[in-house]
Design a protein around this ligand. Sequence first.
Ligand code: TXA
Ligand code: MG
Length: 324
Amino acid sequence: MSSFTQNNIVEAVQALIKEELVVFPTETVYGLGARADSSIAIQKIYDAKGRPSNNPLIIHFHSLHQIKEWLTLPPLAEKLGNKFWPGPLTLIIRSSEKICSTARAGLNTVAIRIPSHPIALELLRQTNLPLAAPSANRSGHISPTQVEHVKRSLGSKVKIILDGGACEVGLESTVLDLTTNPPRILRPGKISREEIEKEIGNVELADHKVSENKPLASPGLLFKHYSPDAKVVLFTSSELESYLQPQEVGTIGILFHSSDLKIPNSDAIKAIELSNDPKQYAQQLYAALHELESLGCKLIIVENIPQNPQWKAIENRLSRMISE
Ligand code: TXA
Ligand code: MG
């Protein structure tokens, strides 16, 4: 349920202008917002999340017109923006000095997007400032898709949270780097490689299984990321039984999507069935992980997913959670 009122928005706008933090819903996940032109405000994001200062933030705008007041938009970005914004696509372009360098982690590039959630758009319009907003969770933890997840992860660190109910997409935006040739997808998401290639031709998909010792195109590509506080492993249906032998880990969480899977009835098992449609699976995944985590599951086993482009973003997030 959404508890969005004009009063909440006005209070949030005033807080943002005064360099305070505000959590707001987007169509992907909840964001922890601060004005992108203030290093004081931006530093509060890094402190609240415990985020390493070398990991840059995504800057949110309400319109192409507003972006052009702050940055020079290259033709490819304008083309993609016209097609996919407002929506779950983040573009990396050259920055200007107007965007605070702390938000860019000192890089000369900047990640930008126009979100489509009506509360996010209203907040951006009324503030009329670009807002930096990483996902509203402790650094390295899974992103929040509901207000309850934000509260569990950030506790009392943020006073103002705009509630927009459950996020529709459920996984973070596609991140496309337009400063390389060909452009590279640094993080797969709902807007697929195929959809992007239809607009601008060939793009590469970055290998996210990078070594932590190599320089990274995006610090957010660190291999282990988006993890719940539990050991996560993938299983195929034939392996299920071996994972369910009595273990010392307490309750075992299971995420599955094959409706014919036989799951034993046991107090030591908490199984959640997810959709076998990738769009709905994406919507449900983080909420299910948050739930298993809140039940104290120290081992979460996740049924293997199909290997095809529609599951790419989900595969990317799962592969970053699994324990070696
Ligand atoms: O869906 C989303 O994108 C959400 C909502 C709130 O908009 N935001 C989000 O932000 O997921 P965050 O900070 O959790 O992820 C941003 C990713 C990180 O992996 C970061 O390293 C990368 O974008 N990034 C930001 N600026 C970059 C840049 N200039 N160059 C390369 N990567 C960049
Ligand atoms: Mg994040």
